[in-house]
Design a protein. Sequence first.
Length: 217
Amino acid sequence: MKKAVVIFSGGQDSTTCLIKALSEFDEVHCITFDYNQRHKEEISVSCNITKELGVTFHKIMNIELLNELTVSSLTRDNIKVTNETKENKFPTSFVPGRNILFLTLAGIYAYQINAETIITGVCETDFSGYPDCRNEFIKSMEKSLQLGMDKTIKIEAPLMYLTKAETWGLAEKYNKLDFIKEKTLTCYNGIISDGCGECPACILRKKGFDSFIKNKV
Ligand code: ZN
């Protein structure tokens, strides 16, 4: 039996990964991390999505410690979410070590349920320049999990080299374009579907959607 663990936030990217995984694996487990993030609605949105898609296994993991340890616009309400980098190399929304932690916990979970694959929606293209979204990091993390647990666990990142427009194309391929457009939450201000329209995540999502529609006609 082929089992996969999907790191699932209820956003466009991880929902697209989940839909793809449901068509490819016999058993799909979702993990959603609760770190008291700025967009707390992620938790309820992700639960609604897994329910609608008929996902049997959905675990919410509490990792509030991450919030305590890091200062980022995603973990602090008083820091504005921007793509500006200022004196720091990274956008204010960068949470250091987030994907290292997510993948480590997903790896432990995968080990326990004997799943051979972890799926993450991280993407090098079109993105805010987070170092833990790069393929080089994913490959290195995969190697670390394999060495550290002496188990063959693969990390799949199917969106790694896709543009946002191509990710919308993938949603259409699985006949879930409307579902993803209406049910997912990408907005940093916690507004479902098209969102607030003003934060960097909404702007990126809309730009990708417009380009997807334009390329279709
Ligand atoms: Zn927004």
